[in-house]
Write a protein that binds this ligand. Sequence first.
Ligand code: GLC
Length: 548
Amino acid sequence: MTVVPDGLCSVAEVDNLDKLLDKPPKLRVNIDRQRSCDERSLSSELVTNGHADAVHSPPGTARMSGLDAPGAPFAAGIDSHPYVVEAWAALRHSMVYFRGQPVGTIAASDNTEENLNYDQVFVRDFIPSGLAFLMHKEPEVVKNFILKTLRLQSWEKKIDRFHLGEGVMPASFKVLHDPVRNYETLMADFGESAIGRVAPVDSGFWWIILLRAYTKSTGDTSLAELPECQKGMRLILSLCLSEGFDTFPTLLCADGCCMIDRRMGVYGYPIEIQALFFMALRCALVLLKQDEEGKEFMERIVKRLHALSYHMRSYFWLDLKQLNDIYRYKTEEYSHTAVNKFNVMPDSLPEWIFDFMPSRGGYFIGNVSPARMDFRWFCLGNCVAILSSLATPEQSTAIMDLIEARWEELVGEMPLKVCYPAIESHEWKIITGCDPKNTRWSYHNGGSWPVLLWLLTAACIKTGRPHIARRAVELAESRLIKDSWPEYYDGKLGRYVGKQARKHQTWSVAGYLVAKLMLEDPSYLGMVALEEDRHVKPVLKRSNSWTC
Ligand code: GLC
């Protein structure tokens, strides 16, 4: 239940896709006003899925009743918490300046390892940093970051003799100092220098999501309204809404085009990208101006959101009932009456899935394409599905049920597995191309990434289960400090500091901080969460077990 204070309008009113399209132009002006009202009220908006304890009060004062219990570790205010103090110091130390202005945070400040590109500001890595600064009422670095990356987007991007799409946002950038001229310039990487030349498809989506978080938390709509920001958004949208040969509304991608930026069998339609795509589309809908160009995009977005949510909720969703259905699938069906639409062979079901699937719970699987379902569980995609309301409230609950039921596998001793399970032996050779960084239970192959704590925490709060996040944060904090903020941990339980993990990894620091700040003040959730749009409910076809 979302409680809206008098005089403020609810996110649901504003984010209602159908309304937006169906309203005649005159009424749209009103919607626009409501939207700015929404943007102003954002910091006091708490979005939960049926969580009765939700209260609305300004940031810094809001609490969830469960968190106020005597002895609760976050009740006393966290600014003086020793781990938090240390984390803020580390985050500030990672700040990157360009011509005197803060523009981002460095990926890692670890001088003991070869730098590679860890001395750069990564777009995806900056998201938790940016959120922490927004929550701390220090929006300047976020604004600068948004504007600087926008300038980089307009660069001419080339790999060898090939020009990249105009809307591509950089994976990372770096400040170069010319000591002779005493002059600073920026150098960006759009994938043309990245290991494996992987494309950062997620960067543009994160950029839009951060722009909304900035607007929501500051109430300053002027940044998003700048003609260059509107154009930047439209360029990103043009790239991912363009027509092609697709038969699905999901976005077709190359391997390693997101946080998992190496060959890991995430090519095709990876859940991480689909969830970010959905979230970015919803954020863009709130941020786009209703001028002629903006409106045209809004209409395309609304159509795509309908198709995408239907597709994801129907075909990516897996629970016990659905698993059993796939197990009994007939194959080689032709025509629109086919039940097994993608011709998935029941024999391709991996052994582990039968034990892993709890009686209660479910999740969005890793990938769906012709004759292929990647049954692996991916953390980021499932959390973003909850935050963006790509998952229905029932699905969101089921995802949390699964995390609780499979705590040892997914959380273990160090939150949180990037994906589960790891791939091994022959499969590892084929899928990773014998990648020694991605051996089983390491790095992107089932490694545990502290940065994911913020996403877990946000998802927990949205589903009304902050206690789960608290448990995870408690598990992580003392080790993170002791181990100097590693990038990732290895092993089935995440017990060991990762083989090649960087220390002083900024997003490990920022992920922890954002988790703490959100537990302290759950109203911050509004920056990174969108309420369900009741008009994008799916028509249930194959499995309806997730509605119960
Ligand atoms: C690694 C990770 C990637 C991250 C980058 C900087 O390449 O795979 O997700 O953005 O390091 O931390």
